[in-house]
Write a protein that binds this ligand. Structure first.
Ligand code: CO
Length: 176
């Protein structure tokens, strides 16, 4: 397992539309394991494969547990990782707003409009199909990560005013 470099905005790879996974083999498992190590090392709760430069429809989410420990591997044990491959959104409903961040836009957080309820179909690392429904944090995280697979990131969902402000701040920061 290995910690990989995160692709940082505005890298063009973040606009790529990721391709479906066809082989559920050792190289997919390696990718998923590296994604977990990378997410933990960078203090993330979710990661899409394109964020480490791999344009495949693969994402992981690991919601931190409320445990009395500073060790990220105890807060986000590997066995709690939701590994989502080739997700399809089956149903959405309701509306909500959520303060989001992204490992590809480090240090920036902003409120984004999302659906409240989401039902998706996906495959696990062995190619088995599952359906998951959620109306809380996981629903938000799934929408954020599935957007990555379609070449979209959360700052594109901001209002024009907020987006302009963001781009200005981001350019200023990049110069430092
Ligand atoms: Co993200």
């Amino acid at each position: 397992m290995m910690i990989r470099d995160i692709v940082i905005y505005p890298d063009k790879r973040l606009k790529e539309i990721s391709k479906p996974v066809e082989k559920f083999d050792e190289s997919l498992h390696q990718l998923l394991d590296d994604m977990y190590d990378t997410m933990i090392a960078k203090n993330g709760v979710g990661l899409a494969a394109i964020q480490i430069g791999v344009p495949l429809r693969v994402l992981i989410i690991n919601t931190p547990l409320d445990v009395d420990s500073d060790d990220p591997k105890e807060q986000q044990p590997k066995e709690n990782t939701l590994e989502v491959i080739n997700p399809k959104i089956l149903k959405v409903g309701g509306k909500t707003k959520y303060q989001e961040g992204c490992l590809s836009v480090p240090g920036y957080f902003e409120e984004v409009n999302r659906y409240k309820d989401v039902t998706i179909e996906y495959q696990n690392r062995y190619g088995e199909t599952f359906i998951i429904e959620d109306d809380a944090f996981l629903a938000i995280a799934l929408q954020h990560e599935i957007d990555h697979l379609d070449g979209k990131i959360f700052v594109e969902k901001l209002s024009i005013v907020k987006r302009k402000k963001f781009e200005k701040e981001w350019k200023k920061r990049a110069k430092k």
